[in-house]
Design a protein around this ligand. Structure first.
Ligand code: UDX
Length: 454
């Protein structure tokens, strides 16, 4: 088998590398010549654990190559995957399909007869049919086929998610498309992965429904966390108590500062628009979008309140800037609203992120970027933990206390235990858990902050 992958973003690059690992010959295509040059030189443009080695070994085995020429990549391919970006369209929240349709046109012109054009990007319901129409219009003589094969991988664990998925969903418009897709995923049949074949529309909607459901689950537990704070309950125990019910499940019940990333915010919004247009509005998802946006905006207020009500002239150390650990991705990260809000409140922000600082510099200005967590804490009046990188889970608390001007910690990922932090002398706040440090904390708030609180 031979395939072409159009677009070397997150999904395209990981999928291309993983298909080549399955033994398929893969050509990755991108119009960004600089990116292709770097990939050819063995440089991987994104941070994803294990991806560099996977790419290197498959390039060496001659199964994986890179080109800027779509027609060259598509030549002789059994299937051509479209994995280009589908950003939110400015103004109306719809997914912008310009790149997808342009790729469909170019592929149709260059592909051989019988090629299957596969949408891998997350695309709204109806896009696959439209790709089919484009193919018939551009190359009526070629009998091109269409499939929709949404990708469920997560950043940070992308390779394992691709190689050992919970399921694969494939929509097709013909028996031939189904046979080709079946052959490409043959290695997964060997590990008994469920592969669900559907209509094009069903596959497309399944992807959006999955992301909207997960975003809803997170938002639900975030709101329960707020309620926990008001009534003195502990969201961690509530999540465990409900999650052990097999119908609910324990995953994605971790309360935090609101979901971010390249998928949930974009896809929930696009699904809401699709539903509105189909006159079948999704009220729950609409609310999830609004609640999550408001939450991210509100996190700064929580931090400011914990610091005594004012940050004027103060310094805040922020650990973690990316939307989640094990990625350098800053898209829709809670830090993008939190850091400017702290600055507007008069704070100087010192920040550290293990992988995200180059990206962060592009969108967060006037930040003192530090080379490690402890440097960020030097002279700070408060510490905010914003992304749960492993290296922040086991900080040297004595050292932290010495470096901070005041032992004030706002842990927005609940990676420390409130009782232990109180015992260690920190004025500690987290999400949806009683701050058992409250009483102890009263003595350790520096006088300037305590005064502002009253
Ligand atoms: C997500 C989906 O999981 C994946 O299936 C889809 O293909 C792409 O979108 P990803 O964006 O990589 O993957 O991140 P994910 O690990 O799902 O986290 C998304 C956001 O939710 C992050 O901001 C994360 O911090 C937040 N989250 C996740 C929580 O706040 N609580 C949780 O319990 C889980």
């Amino acid at each position: 088998m031979r395939i072409a992958m159009i677009g070397t973003g997150y999904v395209g690059l990981v999928s291309g590398a993983c298909f080549s690992e399955f033994g398929t010959e893969v050509v990755c295509v991108d119009r960004d010549a600089g990116k292709i040059d770097r990939l050819r030189a063995g440089e991987v443009p994104i941070y994803e654990p294990g991806l560099d080695n996977l790419i290197a070994s498959n390039v060496q085995a001659g199964r994986l190559s890179f080109t800027t020429s779509l027609s060259e990549g598509v030549k002789g391919a059994d299937a051509v995957f479209i994995a280009v970006g589908t950003p939110t369209r400015r103004g109306d929240g719809h997914a912008d399909l310009t790149y997808v349709y342009q790729a469909a046109r170019e592929i149709s012109a260059a592909a051989g007869s019988g090629t299957v054009i596969v949408t891998k990007s997350t695309v709204p319901v109806g896009t696959g049919r439209k790709v089919g129409e484009i193919a018939r219009e551009v190359a009526p003589q070629k009998a091109l086929h269409v499939a929709s094969n949404p990708e469920f991988l997560r950043e940070g664990s992308a390779i394992n998610d691709f190689m050992r998925p919970d399921r694969v969903v494939i929509g097709t418009d013909s028996d031939h498309a189904r046979e080709v897709m079946h052959a490409l995923y043959r290695p997964l049949y060997l590990i008994e992965t469920p592969v669900i074949f559907t209509e094009l529309e069903t596959a497309e909607l399944t992807k959006y429904a999955a992301n909207a459901f997960l975003a809803t689950k997170i938002t639900f537990i975030n709101e329960i966390a707020d309620l926990c704070e008001s009534v003195g309950a502990n969201v961690h125990d509530v999540a465990r108590g409900i999650g052990l019910d097999g119908r609910i499940g324990r995953k994605f019940l971790h309360a935090g500062p609101g979901y971010g990333g390249s998928c949930f915010p974009k896809d929930t919004l696009a699904l809401v628009r699709t539903a509105e247009e189909a006159a079948a509005p999704l009220r729950i998802v609409e609310t999830v979008v609004a609640v999550n946006d408001a939450r991210k905006a509100r996190m700064a207020e929580k931090v400011i309140a914990h610091c005594g009500g004012s940050l004027d002239g103060r310094t805040v150390a922020v650990l973690g800037l990316t939307f989640k650990p094990n990625t350098d991705d800053m898209r829709e990260a809670p830090s993008l609203s939190l850091v400017p809000a702290l600055q507007r409140a008069g704070a100087t922000v010192r920040a550290f992120d293990p992988e995200g600082m180059d990206e962060a510099r592009k969108s967060l200005s006037d930040v003192v970027y530090c080379t490690n967590a402890y440097e960020a804490m030097e002279g700070a009046d408060a510490l905010v933990i914003l992304t749960e990188w492993n290296e922040f889970r086991n900080l040297d608390l004595d050292r932290a206390k010495q470096l901070l001007r005041a032992p004030v910690v706002a842990d927005l990922r609940n990676i420390y235990d409130p009782a232990e932090m109180a015992a260690a002398g920190f004025h500690y706040d987290s999400i949806g858990r009683p701050s058992s440090g409250e009483a102890a904390g009263a003595d350790v708030i520096p006088s300037h902050l305590a005064k502002a609180a009253t």
